[in-house]
Design a protein around this ligand. Structure first.
Ligand SMILES: Cc1cc2nc3c(=O)[nH]c(=O)nc-3n(C[C@H](O)[C@H](O)[C@H](O)COP(=O)(O)OP(=O)(O)OC[C@H]3O[C@@H](n4cnc5c(N)ncnc54)[C@H](O)[C@@H]3O)c2cc1C
Length: 371
């Protein structure tokens, strides 16, 4: 029998942050994690050649909130690092996101944009960029990523597509901090949960009857699985990842991530991990490590990555959420619990807010640094 005032399921950023804040306020907390490692989707490790790899896909940290930045700086130092991506088009490496200069070079200044209220992803893209650009960079990539026509996807997905200002070529130039934890994300999460009781390799859902959360259960796993898929499965996309070590090549591609928008190429992107490291460490590595990613539809909930952006899944999630809202002393949250793509800073910011809500509900006084 496991008993604690607060049982937190999941040792990712959401579970880790909530558990930390509760522990900082002298609460009795245990974390249960079904994987054999902590850090959830941001888990990283060191390849034999010395390169740091993000097991579940590349993670570029960016943040505009001083509260989130200060919170994380308790647990890790960061080095400045901004993601610069390219798309490979007809053998050429082109900047991604594209910038204003490039669009004008390719399509002039008089764009024939989609007019009216967009009803899907394709229309929303065509409302903000010339068709030529959409077809070169976005259509093939998106249809590969989701495995359906771009017209079947929600228009909100287009909010993530940005056009950079002239001469700007980084992925997230508008965030105040673009940085990577000095010793990786796993080390950062290890420090966040330091001193909190943790059980790895322990699936909460398979052991429910033996667990008592006296004050609250915080569940950061998939919401549909929590309810035993009673309304059906939420759809996700994931990536198959093939790792390749090239011992005799020092650099394979010009930047961390190269996208393949060509619909005839089954790969969606290649990551060259060295680019994510600070120069002084990078230069000591012999060879280079790549990860080739190819999208697929996972059935195993440990492989869930991107929530599917369409109406069917949105409605299905709402049904589960209504059930979750009726549960007393249970909070289902995080990227899998809320079926929502959160960037890391957003996941942490949301977790800080939820933890503040828990403290408030229990009348525990706290410094208002989390809201
Ligand atoms: C491919 C990919 C790339 C990304 N890249 C970026 C990026 O570049 N920049 C950025 O800011 N964000 C990025 N993100 C987002 C980032 O991964 C999330 O913000 C973050 O992982 C959210 O943390 P979480 O704790 O909510 O979820 P998770 O990290 O998934 O943690 C949930 C944990 O709960 C555990 N769990 C689930 N069910 C159970 C159970 N029954 N019992 C016990 N444990 C359980 C899981 O094993 C997992 O460890 C990316 C996401 C993906 C999918």
């Amino acid at each position: 029998m496991i008993k604690a005032d607060y049982v937190v399921v999941g040792a990712g950023l959401t579970g880790g942050t909530i558990a930390r804040i509760l522990k900082d306020h002298k609460q009795d907390v245990i974390i249960l994690e079904r994987k054999e490692h902590i850090a959830g989707n941001v888990y990283d490790y060191i390849h034999d050649c010395g390169v740091m790899i993000n097991k579940y896909g590349p993670h570029y940290f960016r943040c505009g909130s001083e509260k989130i930045w200060n919170f994380l700086n308790r647990f890790t130092e960061f080095y400045n690092w901004s993601a610069t991506l390219r798309s490979k088009v007809n053998g050429e490496y082109l900047n991604w996101p594209v910038n204003q200069d490039y669009i004008e070079k390719v399509a002039g200044t008089n764009w024939n944009l989609f007019r009216g209220e967009p009803s899907n992803f394709e229309e929303a893209c065509l409302a903000k960029m010339p068709k030529q650009l959409y077809e070169i960079f976005i259509k093939g990539y998106t249809e590969k990523q989701w495995g359906v026509k771009a017209t079947e996807l929600d228009k909100e997905l287009a909010n993530r597509i940005t056009i950079n200002k002239p001469n700007v070529n980084t992925l997230t130039p508008n965030h105040r901090w673009n940085a990577i934890p000095k010793n990786g994300y796993t080390e950062m999460v290890r420090n966040i949960i330091n001193g909190i009781e943790l059980k790895l390799d322990f699936d909460y859902l398979k052991n429910r009857e033996g667990i008592v959360a006296k004050k609250m259960l915080v569940f950061t796993g998939p919401i549909d699985e929590f309810f035993n898929y009673k309304y059906g499965k939420l759809n996700y996309r994931g990536q198959n990842r093939k790792i390749e070590y090239l011992h005799d090549i020092q650099q394979y591609q010009p930047c961390i991530q190269v996208n393949y928008p060509d619909s005839n190429d089954p790969r969606i992107r290649t990551i060259e991990w060295k680019h994510l490291m600070p120069d002084e460490k990078k230069d000591k590595i012999k060879g280079t490590v790549l990860t080739h990613e190819t999208p697929f539809t996972p059935q195993n909930s440990n492989q869930y990555e991107y929530p599917f952006p369409d109406k069917y899944n949105k409605n299905l999630y709402e049904k589960y959420k209504q059930n979750a809202d009726k549960l007393s002393n249970t909070l289902i949250c995080g990227r899998l619990g809320e079926y929502k793509y959160y960037d890391m800073d957003q996941a942490i910011g949301r977790a800080m807010m939820l933890a503040a809500g828990i403290l408030q509900k229990q009348n525990i006084s706290f410094v208002n640094e989390y809201n």
